[in-house]
Design a protein around this ligand. Structure first.
Ligand code: ZN
Length: 378
């Protein structure tokens, strides 16, 4: 599956779905739902077993991008927000579509977790029979000469490291009887695997892949310890391990996942249609088809002043805050809802107005819904 043409079936499936759905007949909300629910489910089988070549990921992302912005395979439309931001997680400011590369890497990396937790399963026995080496102490068993999926799964660690992600730091052992966790190689105590915390001691260890239950009862060095570093490491490691008591239960594994995406958060709101939420999400970033926006992208030339009041450039902040029409609308809404006058400097402030009104949570939600509906109407 390293050859791009082997992925043609996945690419063709994407294309068929996209042409069928006719992106232009759906609202943004509908497109988000379809992209999430259907498109992402298509390549899961391939993505969980094979590393997709960069060319395939680029092709599939291009198809998704065009579909989202209302274009099709032959004709692209203006991309108003960077695709990286569109596909970012909801709580980090994106629409939660997810990147296909991350999906591929995540599904492949899951085998690291499954290998640890599915002891005794047939697939793990096959991997062990093929790749296990008595003298090896790697995190996963691997014979580098055997190419294929397992080799690619193993190589993920290096790729993740280039993005400052450590797969091993996502899987932590919880010590029971100490018969499954390896003392030096796995992370089970302290801030990381003991082989990384105490490298001098690990260099002297006779059995690198030794289990916790075997090592906790006594050390086994290749030679006597004498250097200052070795003695200091021994003292630190002994203190750490002395607190551990073996239990009659089996060892367990915990998955520690965390986000590292630097987008600002946009809070989704379930009381309005999804297309209104996507509209508000674009408005916050000033990525709407305003005169100013079209001019910035050289789609329009000439004046970009507001066609309603003629006072100021027509961008999101003007349309929804400083324009005479918007001012009048917010005045009427504040007197209708009996709330203090709506003051905002930015579109984000406008969508945050409800949080600064002294009233019940239910009324705050209502005010937010009315403001979002107001911006949609403008
Ligand atoms: Zn105006």
């Amino acid at each position: 599956m390293n050859i791009i043409r082997n992925w043609n079936c996945v690419v063709d499936c994407f294309k068929r779905r996209l042409s069928k759905w006719k992106a232009k007949k759906l609202s943004f909300g509908g497109r988000v739902i379809l992209l999430k629910a259907a498109l992402d489910s298509l390549p899961v089988y391939f993505f969980s077993l094979f590393k997709a070549p960069v060319g395939v990921i680029d092709k599939l992302e291009a198809l998704r991008r065009r579909f989202f912005w209302g274009g099709d395979e032959d004709k692209a439309k203006t991309n108003w927000v960077a695709w990286d931001r569109v596909i970012g997680p909801c709580d980090k400011g994106g629409l939660g579509l997810g990147s296909l590369k991350d999906l591929n890497d995540g599904l492949m990396a899951k085998w690291w977790w499954r290998y640890k937790t599915e002891k005794g399963s047939v697939w793990r026995n096959v991997v062990d029979a093929t790749h296990f080496n008595q003298n090896s102490w790697g995190y996963l068993p691997i014979k580098k000469g055997i190419s294929g999926s397992w080799n690619m799964i193993n190589k993920l660690e290096k790729e993740f490291a280039t993005r400052n992600l450590n797969i091993r730091s996502l899987i932590k052992g919880s010590c029971g009887n100490g018969l499954d966790i390896r003392f030096w190689v796995d992370w089970w105590v302290g801030d990381g695997p003991l082989m990384e915390c105490y490298p001098a001691l690990f260099a002297l260890e006779k059995q690198k892949a030794v289990l916790v239950a075997e090592r906790i009862v006594g050390w086994d060095w290749r030679r006597s310890l004498f250097s200052v570093q070795e003695m200091m490491e021994l003292q630190g490691c002994s203190t750490l391990v002395s607190t551990i008591v073996l239990l009659p239960t089996a060892d367990r594994w915990k998955l520690l996942a965390k986000y590292a995406v630097p987008f600002y958060p946009f809070s989704w709101f379930k009381w309005v249609a999804r297309k209104v939420s996507v509209f508000a999400w674009r408005a916050e970033q000033d990525r709407l088809t305003t005169y100013n926006g079209l001019k910035r992208r050289t789609i329009l030339s000439g004046s970009s002043s507001c066609r309603v009041c003629g006072d100021g450039e027509e961008d999101a902040a003007h349309l929804f805050i400083s324009c005479a029409a918007a001012t009048l609308l917010w005045q009427q809404i504040s007197s209708w809802c009996r709330i203090p006058p709506v003051y905002a400097h930015t579109v984000r402030d406008l969508f945050d107005v409800h949080n600064h009104i002294g009233c019940s949570a239910g009324k705050k939600d209502l005010i937010k819904m009315i403001i979002l509906a107001g911006t949609w109407t403008i």
